[in-house]
Design a protein around this ligand. Structure first.
Ligand SMILES: [Zn+2]
Length: 471
């Protein structure tokens, strides 16, 4: 990038600490040249046009895009003990993600109570390179007593799963407990996010594939049919309707899932739907081509579903995009038995460039990028307007993205520790050049320059709201 730093004249105080000039990419607006002015780590002003603002440091990004830092609401930093908060948030910085919302299913146990939550928030302050808010969860059985305390401590949302990923750290919540949890969370005006897959249908599907001697990639998709996801979505929508809880559907893979959410909205259910880059950019054929590196739960789907998700994203019925990042070491993604390898893929570092490339290639408005990756997730998780916006007073979390640079994804050159990617070899248009967290550089010209302790825990005390797309 053509960055230039100019010191203010000696002895004269500049109006602003920092000004970043470029083509501003803001929700609901066409690309316009302009400047973002920063004082004390917060956005002080945004001006359109070429007016020169007086600042101690001026970064001229030329024709590059300037947008709010990405808010990735679905990240698992501690599922893989080999990754952790520091390494994952370094990858976030490299990918233009300035706020993550981290999942509660950590390798050493789940975050279901206030003590564990506060300990993790303290770890964030020590280890994080970008800012982090936190999900919590509830115990899979027994009384649900800590929702209110967790909300007051700043928990952004409560994650529950209808599928038993791991009985100790990522358990299935049965229907009676799901209902009790929805009711308890509703009382605090909180947000509940659910991994929707019907446990019994999936278990039976895996057993049937194994019995038939099938354990290759495509067997994974067959074992988790669309109905397994749709049934669980429908059940959660009814429970949300009955309890009045604010519901977020994590990683929706199917057009019908979005359609059910949209119908429920018409019946006054407060629901948002999330999808992920892998459901928009990869299809089930990857389970044949790549095998285990394409194993994700729910599975990659038919190409027709990819098309349906894009339509929903463009129409605003799918609200936001999140990475569902998990940085498994490559050993966990190898083996002849698809049912024995870990599910999930790293995506934090590539989400913004992948989505930018795809939105431009599809001729969709660039503002969709900041709606789906910045504003909508920040609003829904109670972080807006401090995060996901460039309104005056917001944290000066900025990304400079060069829309023209071509590059090819090489997992060996990524920041994430895992060394593999389901997007290996993909050529992209557009690359992150510079990332600022509260006005300070955390990534510049190919290197992470932020350090552990630079990121903060962000308590989400705002009310989760749904903003209709206005791109
Ligand atoms: Zn997840």
């Amino acid at each position: 990038m053509n960055g230039s730093a100019e010191n203010g004249a000696a002895g004269s105080a500049s109006a602003f600490d920092l000004v970043v000039r470029g083509r501003l990419l803001l929700p609901g607006q066409p690309l316009t040249s302009g400047s973002v002015a920063v004082i004390d780590g917060s956005v002080a002003a945004v001006t359109l046009g070429d007016a020169e603002l007086d600042a101690e440091v001026v970064i001229d990004a030329g024709d590059a895009l300037v947008l709010p830092g990405v808010v990735d609401v679905h990240v698992h930093t501690r599922s893989a003990a080999t990754e952790g908060i520091e390494r994952a948030t370094r990858a976030a910085a490299a990918g233009g993600v300035t706020t993550i919302v981290d999942m509660p299913y950590d390798a050493d146990g789940m975050i279901a109570g206030l003590d564990a939550f506060e300990a993790k928030a303290a770890d964030v302050e020590r280890e994080a390179v970008v800012d982090a808010a936190l999900w919590a969860t509830v115990p899979p059985s027994g009384p649900i007593t800590e929702v209110d305390a967790l909300r007051r401590a700043g928990a952004a949302a409560f994650k529950l799963s209808t599928f038993d990923t791991d009985p100790r750290r990522f358990p299935r919540i049965d229907d009676a407990q799901l209902l009790a949890a929805f009711a308890a969370i509703a009382k605090t005006d909180g947000l509940v996010g659910v991994h929707c897959e019907n446990d019994e249908i999936v278990r039976a599907g895996i057993a049937a594939e194994r019995a038939a001697g099938h354990h290759d990639g495509p067997a994974h998709a067959r074992s988790r049919p669309p109905l397994a996801e749709i049934e669980a979505i429908g059940r959660c929508l009814e429970l949300a309707r009955a309890t009045g809880v604010r519901l977020h559907l994590c990683h929706v893979t199917l057009g019908r899932g979005i359609e059910l959410a949209d119908r429920a909205r018409a019946a006054r259910v407060d629901v948002t739907a999330e999808t992920c880059p892998h459901y928009l950019l990869l299809d089930e054929y990857e389970l044949t081509r790549q095998g285990a590196t394409a194993k994700i739960n729910p599975p990659l789907r038919a190409p027709s579903e990819v098309g349906a998700l894009w339509q929903a994203l463009a129409a605003g019925t799918c609200d936001l995009v999140a990475s569902d990042h998990v940085g498994w070491p490559v050993e966990r993604k190898r083996g002849d038995d698809i049912f024995a390898v870990a599910a999930g893929a790293p995506g934090l570092e590539l989400m913004l460039p992948l989505m930018h490339d795809a939105i431009v290639a599809r001729g969709l408005p660039p503002a969709l990028l900041v709606h789906a990756l910045c504003e909508a997730p920040a609003r829904r998780f109670g972080l807006w307007p401090r995060k996901g916006s460039l309104l005056p007073g917001a944290d000066a979390d900025l990304v400079v993205l060069d829309p023209d640079e071509r590059w090819t994804i090489d997992p060996a050159r990524l920041t994430t520790a895992c060394g593999w990617s389901p997007y290996e070899g993909r050529e992209l248009h557009g690359r992150v050049r510079l990332v600022l967290l509260r006005g300070r550089q955390v990534y510049a010209d190919g290197a992470v320059v932020g350090a552990a302790g630079g990121g903060r825990f962000v308590g989400a005390n705002g009310i989760a709201t749904r903003e209709v797309a206005h791109v």
